[in-house]
Design a binder for this molecule. Structure first.
Ligand code: FE2
Length: 597
C-alpha cells in the first residue's frame, strides 16, 4: 500500500511557481542549430528536405592537412553525393539526417564558458565541481546516411563553484573532427549509418582511401567520434567511444574543455575499447574490454590505479561477434554479456546493415575472474532473450548451500532487433535482476519494473558491491517512436533489493519517480553523493542531476533533484545559456579531483 501511494504521488506534476516558469513562453528561445533544415520544396513526389551548414565560429586548431587541393575536395564531395544518390538504398528514417537531426537532436555550436542563472532553489554546496555529459553533435551536415550515434562528440560542461554555475559546450577535437574542420565538409564515412550493403561500403571505402592519400589524413590516429561517455582512468579524464581509443581531455579553471589528444597509454592500447570501463571505487582499478568483428571477438583487459594498462586477455570462447557495449564487475569477477546484436561483414554482402541481430544465437553471460591472465577459468551461462546494452551493477552472493552466486542488474532490451534501425520506439528496456549460480549453472531472472527504462546509474561508491538503489531514465510511449529512446520523459528510483515475493503481483520496485512537464525531456540521470568522505552516509544520500530540455520554449536547464525525496523533488534549476541536445553519458568530478586531471 505504501508503495502504491508512492507511485501515485510520484506522477504528480511539479507545482512550484518557479518550475512553472520553466515553460513560460516569455523565455524567448535562441535556437542556434549548426545546420539549417531548409524550407522543404515540393516536387512531384512530395517534400524534399535540404540540410545546409550554418556559418559558425570555430576555435583555432592547428593546420595539418593539405589545403592546396580544394578542387580535389569538391570532386570527393561530388562522388560522395553520387554514392548516396545511385548506390545507397532509400534512406530509412533512422539514418535520414533530415529526420533525425531535428528539434533538440539537431547539433549546436560550441559555446565558451558562460555564466548561468540559478532560476530555482539553491545549488547544494556538495555539488562543487563539474558535471559533464557527452553526446553526438555532427560538425557538418552529413552527405548521406547518418545514424544518430555517428555524430561528433560534444561535451556539455557545467562548472559549479560556491553555488554559482558556468556552462560551456566543446567538441572533442578528434582526428576526424580536425581533418573535417580543415577540409570543410563531412569527409570520414559514418561507421553505423554508412555501412549498409556491399556496393556503398566499397565505394565509400575507396573514396575515403583516396582522401587519405591526397589529403594527408593520418588514419593511424583513428576515425572515432569520442561521443559516448566520459571516464576517469588513473585519475585522468577521457572522452570515449567504443570504435576508437580514448581521447584525453582537461577542464580549465574557467570551466572550458580542452582536448589533449588521442591516448594509447604508452603504446599499450592499440585498438578500440569500450566506452564503459568500470572503476572499482576502492582500488581505483578500471576494468574494460574491446569487441571486434574478427577473432578474438572480445578482448578483456584492465588498468591499474595509476592508469597503466595491463596485458590483454583474448576471449576465444566467444564464437561470434557481439556488440557488447558494457560490462559489470563484482569483487571477484568481470561479467561480460554475449548478445544477439552483432556486426557481421556478411550482412553487407546480403545488402543489409553491418550491424544486425542473429536470431539463431542464444545470449550468454560470461563470468571471468577479474584478475585473470587468460580465459581458462571463464564460465558461460546461456540466458535466452537477455540482450543488454548497459549493466547497472553486479555483486557476489552465496546461496543456501554455500555456493557462489553472481547477481547482475541490467535493463534487458526487449525486441532488440529494432535497436539500431527500423523501429527504435518498439524496443523496451525491462529492468531485470539475474542470479547466476556458478556451481549448478542455474540462472534465475526477475523483472524489477514494467516501465521502459534505460540509462541506469547508481551511487558510484557501490560499483561491484551489493547496492539497493538504481536511478534510470523513463521512456514514455507518448513520445514519437522515431526519437523515443533519445528523449526521456522522467527519472525513476528503484529498490532492486526487494525480493520477488515482496512485490509479486505489483511487479514494481519503484521507490520514487519524477515525470518532467509536458514537452520536457531529459536523458541519463547521474547520482552525486552528498558527503563521499562520510562512511556512515546512506546509499541514497545525495542528488540526481540531469540536463532537461523544454521543447515548447526551447530552453534547457540543469536540474538538481533530491535523491531521498519520494518525488525526487527539484531543489535547484539552472537556466543554461544554450540548448543542450539530447545525448548519452555523463560524469561528475569533484573540485578536489579537478586539480589532478
Ligand atoms: Fe552506453
Amino acid at each position: 500500500m505504501k508503495q502504491m501511494e508512492m507511485l501515485s504521488r510520484s506522477h504528480t506534476p511539479l507545482l512550484s511557481n518557479a518550475y512553472i516558469n520553466f515553460h513560460s513562453r516569455t523565455n524567448r528561445f535562441k535556437y542556434r542549430p549548426s545546420f539549417i533544415v531548409s524550407a522543404s520544396r515540393t516536387n512531384g513526389e512530395g517534400l524534399e528536405r535540404r540540410i545546409t551548414r550554418k556559418r559558425r565560429k570555430q576555435e583555432s586548431i592547428p593546420m595539418r592537412v593539405n589545403l592546396k587541393a580544394p578542387f580535389l575536395e569538391k570532386i570527393f564531395n561530388i562522388l560522395d553525393s553520387a554514392i548516396t544518390e545511385f548506390l545507397d538504398p532509400p534512406l530509412h528514417f533512422s539514418v535520414d539526417p533530415a529526420k533525425i537531426l531535428l528539434g533538440n537532436c539537431a547539433p549546436v555550436d560550441e559555446l565558451i564558458p558562460t555564466e548561468c542563472k540559478v532560476v530555482y532553489g539553491t545549488i547544494p554546496s556538495c555539488l562543487s565541481g563539474v558535471y559533464l555529459r557527452n553526446g553526438p553533435n555532427p560538425q557538418f551536415p552529413p552527405n548521406g546516411p547518418h545514424h544518430y550515434l555517428d555524430g561528433d562528440g560534444m561535451v556539455h560542461c557545467i562548472r559549479i563553484s560556491h553555488g554559482r554555475a558556468t556552462f560551456c559546450s566543446r567538441y572533442v577535437k578528434t582526428n576526424k573532427y580536425v581533418f573535417e574542420n580543415q577540409v570543410g565538409s563531412h569527409a570520414v564515412p559514418n561507421v553505423i549509418g554508412g555501412m549498409h550493403g556491399l556496393g556503398p561500403f566499397i565505394a565509400r571505402a575507396t573514396l575515403f582511401a583516396a582522401r587519405v592519400l591526397f589529403s594527408g589524413f593520418d588514419i593511424g590516429k583513428g576515425i572515432g567520434v569520442a561521443n559516448t561517455s566520459l571516464a576517469l582512468l588513473g585519475g585522468k579524464l577521457y572522452a570515449l567511444c567504443e570504435s576508437d581509443i580514448p581521447y584525453a581531455i582537461k577542464i580549465k579553471d574557467d570551466g572550458d574543455i580542452i582536448t589533449l589528444g588521442h591516448h594509447d597509454f604508452n603504446g599499450s592500447l592499440s585498438m578500440n575499447m569500450t566506452a564503459h570501463p568500470k572503476i572499482d571505487p576502492t582500488t581505483k582499478e578500471a576494468f574494460a574490454f574491446r569487441y571486434w568483428t574478427t577473432r578474438p571477438y572480445l578482448t578483456y583487459f584492465r588498468f591499474d590505479a595509476e592508469g597503466n594498462k595491463q596485458p590483454d586477455v583474448p576471449i576465444n570462447s566467444m564464437k561470434h561477434s557481439s556488440l557488447t557495449h558494457d560490462l559489470a564487475i563484482t569483487q571477484k569477477y568481470a561479467i561480460i554479456c554475449d548478445i544477439q546484436v552483432r556486426a557481421c561483414p556478411m550482412n553487407l554482402v546480403r545488402g543489409e546493415p553491418l550491424v544486425g541481430v542473429d536470431p539463431n544465437k542464444v545470449p550468454r553471460i560470461g563470468v571471468l575472474p577479474r584478475y585473470a591472465a587468460d580465459e581458462s577459468n571463464m564460465k558461460w551461462f546461456e540466458v535466452p532473450g537477455f540482450n543488454i546494452f548497459h549493466a547497472v551493477n553486479a555483486w557476489d552472493e552465496t546461496d543456501e548451500e554455500g555456493g557462489e552466486v553472481v547477481v547482475l542488474v541490467a535493463p534487458n532490451i526487449v525486441s532488440v532487433e529494432h535497436f539500431f534501425e527500423r523501429a527504435v520506439g518498439q524496443i523496451h528496456g525491462s529492468m531485470e535482476k539475474v542470479r547466476v549460480h556458478l556451481g549448478t549453472g542455474v540462472v534465475s531472472r526477475h523483472i524489477m519494473s514494467t516501465k521502459n527504462l534505460e540509462f541506469p546509474v547508481i551511487n558510484p561508491a557501490y560499483i561491484g558491491k551489493k547496492n539497493k538503489y538504481v536511478y534510470a531514465a523513463i521512456f514514455s510511449d507518448q513520445t514519437p517512436s522515431e526519437t523515443r529512446m533519445m528523449r526521456a520523459s522522467g527519472v525513476v528510483k528503484l529498490d532492486v533489493t526487494t525480493s520477488e515475493e515482496e512485490h509479486e503481483g505489483l511487479n514494481e520496485c519503484t521507490m520514487a519517480s519524477r515525470m518532467y512537464e509536458d514537452n520536457c525531456f531529459g536523458g541519463e540521470p547521474f547520482f552525486i553523493e552528498r558527503d563521499p568522505e562520510n562512511p556512515c552516509s546512506e546509499e541514497d544520500d545525495g542528488y540526481v542531476v540531469s540536463y532537461v530540455h523544454d521543447e515548447s520554449s526551447g530552453e534547457s536547464r540543469f536540474l538538481v533533484m533530491d535523491a531521498r525525496s519520494p518525488t525526487l523533488e527539484v531543489v535547484a534549476a539552472v537556466k543554461l545559456p544554450q540548448r543542450v541536445p539530447y545525448g548519452l553519458h555523463g560524469i561528475f568530478i569533484r573540485e578536489n579531483d579537478l586539480y589532478n586531471l
